[in-house]
Design a protein around this ligand. Structure first.
Ligand code: DPP
Ligand code: ZN
Length: 875
């Protein structure tokens, strides 16, 4: 398959002013009629009209009213080309597709008998022939025709301008989107659905109609999505002065969806997972996910839709920025400083858990990639989450107000355009009179930079010297890297735990400073430092880097007790835990005795019971680094040893802190009706973490507590926490509880997903057990959520079992990637990535891993998606 390069970008040969689409919807045979008014692009030397189209049957093709003869155009399985086209051309195209046959969930497809579309990135070309690239923006009018009984609801982008009966049992709806948009933002829905709706007053006094559409029986689960939508609209008005530009905004939930959600103009289509919630079926995490994703898709209306990407290499222009915006939204919704810190900690965790490994593996790529085979493989944590970190660093450098000025300038310059990441950076630089030239490297260089810190205190001169050195490991295609522009936030703690005042080069900085590291190695001298301080480095995780500093245990304990920066306070605890987990892992491998020191346990005890801290923060501070984070620290990974080491630590905590855990379990009850607010969620989180630690050290009393919680839970958060505890404790009651859970919720697909995923990730679940679960009538390989809940949860979320010594996990993986690829390449390719880092495993595992990869790579009808991923893994 061909690799596409960023540097080969050419402007489109023709621009499209208007698109009129007519759909005669039929699951077996849908007719799509398209009328495009096009004109030659003055910026292009090309004379041919080039349209993309895949899996389409061309029925008719007319240009300026005349049917084109076979010799007047060229067509292959990807492209329709009309050479020597006139300056202006009106094309009329008729094509046929078979939505029911479409298992890829890309383009026009059927889910539970209803029609939906997904067009990002290149799905529109599966619907009709079109210059399907984001720099072609056009005004769309859409006519939908379908059976009225079966598809009473007909939706598309923009405003409904006409609807009525066609007389033959069919009806129609005509939609017009007043804004020009790229084809990836097109959407239609034809379905039997119900909606919750509301009118909402916008800042300028206009009223907008807001709707959340769901399948029958789900109207009792739409409130939180609606509330989140209203909060999002308000927040964007207040924080960025950005208003909803349509009279109508719709969210539609669909059970079969490859991604989380899609920001189609005025018609966001969502995975049900990010819409449906009530206390009975959704957990605190689910609620938080809904708020974040509803916000994310809504915020795209400005950052993505009004200003879009010139080409797909610029994906982070909209995604990095919009993730940053949704992160800020979620943090503001909590509203407290400590709540903000907890959301920051969660972001850091995601980055380390998923993005750092990506940046260190065969699929490593810059935030703005230079090449790809299949763009769908580049909807990654690097483009999204690291992209958001890059945007956050700009805000750290120019300040919140400066950032707002930059956003204002960005919209003033580029509203209605398709632009590049560089345009965003330039707007930020120009609005603030800042030089962000070196900062560009964050977009172009892959890999996680390592910042090494060294310090020395001169008691006589009262100076403290901090030397920072940066480096970045090689990544595919990039052997050596130039120094990044790194905002590096610091504070210095005195012996009493308070921040010392900071003076650098004679300038006072209060108690916190953001240093700018620009060179490979740079020295910063703090003067008037009264005592030898404990440094608090990279506060608030001010840059997505790996910080190396030889902290002593005493320093970490000091920071863990006192750091005024909550992120670093948490970080100190993570470092204390990680050092011990690594030692324990080595001890397991060597067959040595496992031990955990009192000092560490006592630090956790103090943290657990410190009522002056929010429960949510204490929960974060007590969560251990995951097995995969431990693996990332090791040269050679032995998943079973890591698992046993971490289990030992969890069990020891459960044993040693037993009384304190019970006390916190009681102290953090949330009586009264369920509310997903951050305070209540935090208390439930700490309570359920206490339960999990108790379950790690099973005893009749501990198991009885879990059973009691399971039997009496008034919400899904408490119910799954109790079920998880019973499963992990291998309590006798666990299998009954699982059976009851299924019986109670078998008609709630999202809860059945939880039922599968809890079993898939359980320590006792091996490949044979997963295979058996796949035979359960509720398993469905065509439904991405279900596949993620079982197959992904096992391959990516149960490392100790997946990496079984006999290689059975790898054989299973190869089989599933193959089976999925025949149905849905995007999902298959995500699963394929769970073997990215095979070279880091113990030699006895490497060989069967490589074999499994080679077996997949040999597949005859392999998609480009999977081929790119396994190909890069094997390179
Ligand atoms: N653009 C979507 C999102 O990130 C994903 N296709 O919201
Ligand atoms: Zn997005």
């Amino acid at each position: 398959p061909a690799t596409i390069y960023r540097q080969d970008y050419l402007p489109p040969s023709y621009l499209v002013d208007t698109v009129e689409l007519g759909f005669d919807l039929d699951p077996a045979r849908t007719i799509v009629a398209s009328r495009l008014t096009m004109r030659r692009n003055p910026d292009s030397a090309e004379r041919a009209i080039v349209l993309c189209g895949e899996n389409l049957e061309l029925v008719a093709l007319r240009m300026n009213g005349k049917t084109l003869g076979k010799r007047e155009y060229a067509i292959d399985d990807k492209t329709l080309r009309i050479p020597n086209a006139p300056e202006r051309a009106t094309l009329e195209i008729e094509t046929l597709t078979a939505p029911r046959q479409n298992t890829t969930l890309n383009g026009l497809y059927v889910s539970n008998g209803n029609f939906f579309t997904q067009c990002e990135a290149e799905g529109f070309r599966h619907i009709t022939y079109f210059p399907d690239r984001p720099d072609v923006m056009a005004k769309f009018t859409v006519m939908l025709r379908a059976d009225k009984q079966r598809y009473p609801v007909l939706l598309s982008n923009g405003n409904l301008i006409e609807e009525g009966d066609l007389g033959d049992g069919r009806h129609f709806a005509k939609w017009e989107d007043p804004f020009k948009k790229p084809s990836y933002l097109f959407a239609l829905v034809a379905a039997r659905l119900e909606c919750q709706e509301e009118t909402f007053a916008l800042a300028d006094g206009r009223e907008a109609l807001l709707q959340v559409w769901v399948e029958e029986g789900n109207l009792d689960k739409t409130n939180y999505a609606m509330q989140s939508l209203k909060n999002s609209i308000r927040w964007d008005e207040q924080r960025y002065g950005l208003e909803l530009d349509l009279d109508r905004f719709m969210i539609v939930a669909v059970g079969d969806f490859n991604m989380g959600a899609m920001e189609n103009k005025g018609l966001n289509i969502f995975n049900t997972k990010y819409v449906l919630a009530n206390p009975r079926v959704a957990t605190d995490t689910d609620y938080a996910g809904i708020e974040a994703v509803v916000g994310h898709e809504y915020f795209h209306n400005w950052t993505g839709n009004r200003v879009t990407c010139r080409d797909w290499f610029q994906l982070s222009l909209k995604e990095g920025l919009t993730v940053f915006r949704d992160q800020e939204f979620s943090a503001d919704m909590i509203g407290t400083d400590s709540g903000r810190a907890v959301s920051r900690i969660e972001q850091v965790r995601t980055l380390r858990q998923a993005q750092f490994p990506e940046d260190a593996g065969p699929m490593a790529h810059p935030v703005r990639p230079d090449s790809f085979v299949e763009i769908n493989n580049f909807y990654t944590v690097t483009v999204y989450e690291k992209g958001a970190e890059v945007v956050r660093m700009i805000q750290t450098l120019v300040g919140r107000e400066g950032f707002r000025k930059g956003m204002d300038l960005y919209f003033a310059r580029h509203d209605g355009q398709a632009v590049e990441c560089d345009d965003f950076r330039r707007a930020m630089a120009d609005a603030n009179g800042r030089d962000l030239a070196q900062f560009e490297l964050w977009y172009s260089q892959a890999g996680t930079p390592v910042v090494r810190a060294d310090t020395s205190y001169d008691a006589e001169a009262k100076t403290y010297t901090l030397t920072l050195s940066q480096s970045c490991p090689p990544t595919p295609g990039q052997q050596s890297k130039a120094p990044f522009h790194i905002p590096f936030a610091v504070g210095l703690l005195g012996a009493n735990g308070r921040d010392l005042p900071l003076t650098i080069d004679g300038v006072a900085h209060g108690t916190g400073a953001v240093l700018e590291l620009l060179e490979a190695r740079q020295r910063f001298v703090f003067t008037d430092v009264a005592e030898a301080p404990t440094p608090s480095l990279l506060r608030d995780f001010s840059a997505p880097v790996i910080l190396e500093y030889d902290y002593s245990d005493a320093e970490l304990l000091h920071l863990f007790s006192h750091d005024s920066d909550p992120v670093n306070r948490w970080e100190a605890g993570q470092r204390l835990a990680m050092a011990r987990l690594l030692k324990l892992t080595a001890a397991v491998a060597a067959g040595a005795k496992l031990e955990l020191d009192e000092t560490f346990i006592n630090a956790l005890r103090k943290m657990l019971s410190d009522a002056s801290l929010d429960a949510a923060f204490r929960e974060q501070a007590l969560l251990l680094p995951s097995e995969s984070m431990i693996a990332d620290q090791l040269e050679t990974v032995n998943p079973q040893a890591i698992h046993l080491a971490r289990q030992f630590m969890r069990r020891t905590i459960g044993t040693e802190l037993r009384a304190d855990l019970f006390a916190q379990y009681d102290a953090n009850q949330t009586p009264g009706p369920y509310s997903p607010d951050a305070g209540s969620a935090g208390r439930r989180g700490l309570k359920n973490l206490a339960l999990a630690y108790l379950a790690a050290a099973p005893s009749p009393a501990n198991n009885a507590l879990a059973k009691m919680q399971f039997d009496t839970a008034g919400n899904m958060t408490d119910r799954v926490a109790a079920l998880g505890a019973l499963i992990h404790a291998e309590a006798e009651y666990a299998s009954d509880a699982l059976a009851r859970f299924y019986d109670d919720f078998e008609h709630e697909a999202l809860v059945v997903d939880k039922w599968f995923s809890m079993q898939a990730a359980a320590p006792g679940t091996d490949v044979a057990a997963v295979r058996e679960l796949m035979l359960h009538p509720a398993f469905n390989i065509k439904n991405p959520n279900r596949v993620r809940s079982l197959v992904f949860a096992f391959c990516a979320g149960n490392p100790a079992q997946f990496h079984a010594a006999d290689g059975s996990g790898y054989a299973f993986w190869a089989e599933q990637v193959g089976a999925l690829d025949a149905l849905n390449p995007q999902v298959a390719s995500r699963l394929a990535r769970s073997m990215d880092r095979w070279r880091r495993y113990a030699p006895a595992l490497q060989l069967p891993m490589k074999k499994a990869l080679q077996q997949v790579a040999k597949g005859k009808k392999l998609s480009n998606d999977v081929r790119e991923v396994v190909g890069k893994a094997l390179t």
